[in-house]
Write a protein that binds this ligand. Structure first.
Ligand code: PEP
Ligand code: MN
Length: 278
Protein backbone atom coordinates (compact mmCIF):
# COMPACT_ATOMS: atom_id res chain seq x y z
CA UNK A 1 0.00 0.00 0.00
CA UNK A 2 1.28 3.44 -0.86
CA UNK A 3 2.07 5.71 2.08
CA UNK A 4 -0.51 8.34 3.06
CA UNK A 5 2.18 10.96 3.07
CA UNK A 6 3.53 11.89 -0.35
CA UNK A 7 5.96 14.78 -0.12
CA UNK A 8 7.69 13.28 2.90
CA UNK A 9 8.05 9.84 1.35
CA UNK A 10 11.50 8.61 0.56
CA UNK A 11 12.22 7.82 -3.06
CA UNK A 12 15.40 5.90 -3.67
CA UNK A 13 18.57 6.91 -1.90
CA UNK A 14 18.39 10.69 -2.07
CA UNK A 15 17.97 12.54 1.23
CA UNK A 16 16.98 16.10 1.99
CA UNK A 17 19.54 18.45 3.45
CA UNK A 18 18.06 21.17 5.64
CA UNK A 19 20.25 24.28 5.77
CA UNK A 20 20.12 27.03 8.35
CA UNK A 21 22.90 29.43 7.46
CA UNK A 22 26.07 27.37 7.70
CA UNK A 23 24.36 24.62 9.72
CA UNK A 24 23.12 21.52 7.94
CA UNK A 25 20.95 18.59 8.91
CA UNK A 26 20.96 15.48 6.76
CA UNK A 27 24.20 15.78 4.84
CA UNK A 28 25.86 12.84 6.57
CA UNK A 29 27.15 14.81 9.53
CA UNK A 30 25.82 14.49 13.07
CA UNK A 31 24.50 17.93 13.99
CA UNK A 32 24.49 18.75 17.70
CA UNK A 33 22.04 21.26 19.12
CA UNK A 34 22.47 22.22 22.77
CA UNK A 35 20.94 24.62 25.25
CA UNK A 36 18.68 24.88 28.25
CA UNK A 37 15.11 23.68 28.42
CA UNK A 38 14.05 27.24 29.15
CA UNK A 39 15.64 30.63 28.75
CA UNK A 40 16.03 31.98 32.29
CA UNK A 41 18.20 35.10 32.03
CA UNK A 42 20.63 36.85 29.69
CA UNK A 43 23.51 35.47 31.72
CA UNK A 44 22.23 31.88 31.73
CA UNK A 45 21.49 31.70 28.01
CA UNK A 46 24.69 33.61 27.19
CA UNK A 47 26.85 31.15 29.13
CA UNK A 48 25.04 28.20 27.58
CA UNK A 49 25.59 29.63 24.10
CA UNK A 50 29.31 30.18 24.66
CA UNK A 51 29.69 26.67 26.06
CA UNK A 52 27.79 25.03 23.21
CA UNK A 53 29.90 26.97 20.73
CA UNK A 54 33.20 26.11 22.45
CA UNK A 55 32.29 22.42 22.43
CA UNK A 56 31.65 22.50 18.70
CA UNK A 57 27.84 22.47 18.88
CA UNK A 58 26.08 23.74 15.77
CA UNK A 59 22.96 25.37 17.19
CA UNK A 60 21.48 26.80 20.38
CA UNK A 61 18.14 25.74 21.83
CA UNK A 62 16.03 27.39 24.53
CA UNK A 63 12.34 27.68 25.28
CA UNK A 64 10.57 30.99 25.87
CA UNK A 65 7.11 29.47 26.26
CA UNK A 66 7.20 26.19 28.16
CA UNK A 67 4.51 23.55 27.76
CA UNK A 68 4.49 22.36 31.38
CA UNK A 69 2.37 19.48 32.59
CA UNK A 70 1.49 21.42 35.74
CA UNK A 71 0.17 24.98 35.57
CA UNK A 72 2.01 25.63 38.85
CA UNK A 73 5.44 25.06 37.27
CA UNK A 74 7.60 27.75 35.64
CA UNK A 75 6.02 28.60 32.30
CA UNK A 76 9.05 30.29 30.73
CA UNK A 77 9.91 33.99 30.34
CA UNK A 78 7.48 34.34 27.44
CA UNK A 79 8.06 37.11 24.89
CA UNK A 80 10.90 38.53 26.98
CA UNK A 81 12.98 35.41 26.45
CA UNK A 82 13.14 35.79 22.69
CA UNK A 83 15.58 38.74 22.41
CA UNK A 84 17.76 37.09 25.07
CA UNK A 85 18.29 33.91 23.08
CA UNK A 86 18.62 35.81 19.80
CA UNK A 87 21.41 37.90 21.25
CA UNK A 88 23.14 34.96 22.91
CA UNK A 89 23.05 33.03 19.63
CA UNK A 90 24.32 35.99 17.62
CA UNK A 91 27.24 36.56 20.01
CA UNK A 92 28.22 32.91 19.89
CA UNK A 93 27.68 32.66 16.15
CA UNK A 94 24.99 30.00 16.57
CA UNK A 95 21.54 29.92 14.98
CA UNK A 96 18.77 29.36 17.51
CA UNK A 97 15.69 27.14 17.73
CA UNK A 98 12.69 28.13 19.86
CA UNK A 99 9.33 26.44 20.31
CA UNK A 100 6.07 28.16 19.38
CA UNK A 101 3.19 26.83 21.47
CA UNK A 102 0.41 28.75 19.80
CA UNK A 103 -0.41 30.35 16.47
CA UNK A 104 -0.34 33.79 18.11
CA UNK A 105 3.31 33.29 19.10
CA UNK A 106 4.50 32.32 15.63
CA UNK A 107 5.29 35.79 14.21
CA UNK A 108 7.45 36.77 17.19
CA UNK A 109 9.23 33.40 17.33
CA UNK A 110 9.90 33.65 13.59
CA UNK A 111 11.36 37.12 14.08
CA UNK A 112 13.84 36.11 16.78
CA UNK A 113 14.56 32.45 16.03
CA UNK A 114 16.23 30.82 13.03
CA UNK A 115 14.17 27.64 13.38
CA UNK A 116 10.73 27.05 14.91
CA UNK A 117 10.15 24.03 17.11
CA UNK A 118 6.74 22.38 17.15
CA UNK A 119 6.71 20.43 20.39
CA UNK A 120 5.51 16.92 21.06
CA UNK A 121 2.21 18.10 22.55
CA UNK A 122 1.45 20.11 19.42
CA UNK A 123 2.54 17.65 16.75
CA UNK A 124 -0.98 17.42 15.37
CA UNK A 125 -2.00 21.05 15.92
CA UNK A 126 -2.78 21.71 12.28
CA UNK A 127 -3.29 25.50 12.46
CA UNK A 128 0.04 25.79 14.28
CA UNK A 129 1.82 23.59 11.74
CA UNK A 130 0.45 25.69 8.89
CA UNK A 131 1.24 29.03 10.52
CA UNK A 132 4.79 27.97 11.35
CA UNK A 133 5.30 26.57 7.86
CA UNK A 134 4.12 29.80 6.22
CA UNK A 135 6.84 31.84 7.94
CA UNK A 136 9.35 30.04 5.72
CA UNK A 137 11.49 29.28 8.77
CA UNK A 138 12.80 25.72 9.04
CA UNK A 139 10.70 23.55 11.35
CA UNK A 140 11.86 21.14 14.04
CA UNK A 141 8.93 18.76 14.42
CA UNK A 142 8.92 16.58 17.51
CA UNK A 143 7.11 13.29 17.62
CA UNK A 144 4.09 13.21 19.92
CA UNK A 145 4.48 10.85 22.89
CA UNK A 146 1.73 8.58 21.53
CA UNK A 147 2.11 9.27 17.81
CA UNK A 148 2.87 6.59 15.26
CA UNK A 149 5.54 7.23 12.65
CA UNK A 150 2.77 7.50 10.07
CA UNK A 151 1.10 10.25 12.09
CA UNK A 152 4.40 12.09 12.49
CA UNK A 153 5.01 11.96 8.76
CA UNK A 154 1.49 13.19 8.04
CA UNK A 155 2.11 16.10 10.41
CA UNK A 156 5.30 16.88 8.46
CA UNK A 157 3.24 16.66 5.29
CA UNK A 158 1.17 19.66 6.45
CA UNK A 159 4.35 21.74 6.57
CA UNK A 160 5.63 20.46 3.24
CA UNK A 161 2.27 21.16 1.58
CA UNK A 162 2.66 24.85 2.47
CA UNK A 163 5.77 24.88 0.34
CA UNK A 164 8.17 24.77 3.29
CA UNK A 165 10.63 21.96 2.61
CA UNK A 166 12.92 22.56 5.55
CA UNK A 167 11.61 20.06 8.09
CA UNK A 168 13.71 18.14 10.62
CA UNK A 169 12.00 15.32 12.53
CA UNK A 170 12.83 14.57 16.16
CA UNK A 171 12.34 11.40 18.18
CA UNK A 172 11.93 12.44 21.83
CA UNK A 173 10.63 9.30 23.47
CA UNK A 174 7.20 7.76 23.45
CA UNK A 175 4.96 6.92 26.35
CA UNK A 176 5.77 3.69 28.16
CA UNK A 177 4.76 2.19 31.47
CA UNK A 178 7.98 2.33 33.46
CA UNK A 179 8.71 5.61 35.29
CA UNK A 180 12.43 4.69 35.59
CA UNK A 181 12.85 6.48 32.28
CA UNK A 182 10.62 9.45 31.53
CA UNK A 183 9.76 8.04 28.12
CA UNK A 184 10.82 5.12 25.95
CA UNK A 185 13.57 6.14 23.58
CA UNK A 186 12.39 4.67 20.29
CA UNK A 187 15.69 4.42 18.49
CA UNK A 188 14.34 1.70 16.21
CA UNK A 189 11.45 4.00 15.30
CA UNK A 190 13.86 6.83 14.51
CA UNK A 191 15.88 4.54 12.26
CA UNK A 192 12.74 3.25 10.60
CA UNK A 193 11.74 6.88 9.97
CA UNK A 194 14.93 7.37 7.96
CA UNK A 195 13.86 4.45 5.79
CA UNK A 196 10.41 5.94 5.23
CA UNK A 197 11.31 9.59 4.61
CA UNK A 198 14.01 11.67 3.00
CA UNK A 199 13.75 14.22 5.83
CA UNK A 200 16.55 14.42 8.44
CA UNK A 201 15.85 12.66 11.76
CA UNK A 202 17.45 13.62 15.06
CA UNK A 203 17.17 12.39 18.66
CA UNK A 204 16.33 14.29 21.84
CA UNK A 205 17.96 12.07 24.49
CA UNK A 206 16.97 14.44 27.31
CA UNK A 207 13.20 14.13 26.96
CA UNK A 208 13.52 10.52 25.76
CA UNK A 209 15.15 9.39 29.00
CA UNK A 210 14.56 12.13 31.57
CA UNK A 211 17.96 11.29 33.09
CA UNK A 212 21.21 13.18 32.74
CA UNK A 213 23.24 9.96 33.10
CA UNK A 214 21.67 8.54 29.94
CA UNK A 215 22.16 11.53 27.67
CA UNK A 216 25.68 10.72 26.54
CA UNK A 217 25.17 6.98 25.87
CA UNK A 218 21.92 7.61 23.99
CA UNK A 219 23.49 10.34 21.89
CA UNK A 220 26.44 8.09 21.05
CA UNK A 221 24.02 5.32 20.08
CA UNK A 222 22.23 7.74 17.75
CA UNK A 223 25.52 8.87 16.25
CA UNK A 224 26.71 5.29 15.75
CA UNK A 225 23.40 4.25 14.23
CA UNK A 226 23.50 6.99 11.60
CA UNK A 227 20.86 9.48 12.77
CA UNK A 228 21.33 13.06 11.60
CA UNK A 229 21.90 14.71 14.96
CA UNK A 230 20.73 15.30 18.50
CA UNK A 231 19.16 18.09 20.53
CA UNK A 232 20.40 18.03 24.10
CA UNK A 233 19.42 19.99 27.20
CA UNK A 234 22.52 21.79 28.45
CA UNK A 235 22.57 24.24 31.34
CA UNK A 236 25.50 26.13 32.91
CA UNK A 237 24.19 25.01 36.30
CA UNK A 238 21.81 22.06 35.73
CA UNK A 239 20.85 21.59 39.35
CA UNK A 240 19.43 25.10 39.43
CA UNK A 241 17.55 24.81 36.15
CA UNK A 242 13.97 26.05 36.48
CA UNK A 243 12.72 23.41 34.07
CA UNK A 244 13.79 19.79 33.44
CA UNK A 245 16.78 20.04 35.81
CA UNK A 246 17.19 16.26 36.09
CA UNK A 247 17.73 15.78 32.37
CA UNK A 248 20.23 18.54 31.61
CA UNK A 249 24.00 18.17 31.45
CA UNK A 250 26.52 20.89 32.22
CA UNK A 251 28.89 22.56 29.79
CA UNK A 252 31.84 20.31 30.61
CA UNK A 253 29.70 17.23 30.08
CA UNK A 254 28.48 18.65 26.78
CA UNK A 255 32.05 19.23 25.67
CA UNK A 256 32.91 15.60 26.41
CA UNK A 257 29.76 14.45 24.66
CA UNK A 258 30.61 16.45 21.53
CA UNK A 259 34.16 15.07 21.49
CA UNK A 260 32.89 11.50 21.82
CA UNK A 261 30.33 12.03 19.07
CA UNK A 262 33.15 13.16 16.79
CA UNK A 263 35.17 10.07 17.75
CA UNK A 264 32.26 7.73 16.98
CA UNK A 265 31.58 9.38 13.64
CA UNK A 266 35.26 9.26 12.74
CA UNK A 267 35.34 5.51 13.38
CA UNK A 268 32.25 5.06 11.23
CA UNK A 269 33.65 7.12 8.40
CA UNK A 270 37.18 5.76 8.46
CA UNK A 271 36.84 2.16 9.58
CA UNK A 272 33.32 0.90 9.17
CA UNK A 273 30.57 1.26 6.67
CA UNK A 274 27.94 3.55 8.20
CA UNK A 275 25.16 1.53 9.84
CA UNK A 276 22.69 3.63 7.89
CA UNK A 277 23.73 5.21 4.63
CA UNK A 278 23.75 9.00 4.53
C1 PEP B 1 11.42 20.85 24.91
O1 PEP B 1 12.10 20.66 23.90
O2 PEP B 1 11.80 21.52 25.89
C2 PEP B 1 10.12 20.16 24.99
C3 PEP B 1 9.15 20.62 25.79
O3 PEP B 1 10.06 19.07 24.24
P1 PEP B 1 8.87 18.06 23.92
O4 PEP B 1 7.90 18.85 23.11
O5 PEP B 1 9.54 16.96 23.16
O6 PEP B 1 8.30 17.61 25.23
MN1 MN C 1 12.64 20.36 28.38
Amino acid sequence: MAANYRLAQRHGESRSVVRIGAVTFGDGRFTLVGGPCSIESAEQIGRAAQGVRAAGGAMLRGGAYKPRTSPYDFQGLGDEGLPLIAEAGARAGLPVVVEALAVTQVPLVARFADMIQIGARNMQNVPLLRAAALTGRPILLKRGPSATLDELLLAAEYVLLEGNERVVLCERGIRGFDPETRNVCDLAGALRLRELTHLPVILDPSHASGRRSLIEPLTLAAAAAGLDGAIVEVHPNPREARCDAQQAIDLTEFERLAARVRAVRAVLEEVLEPAVSA
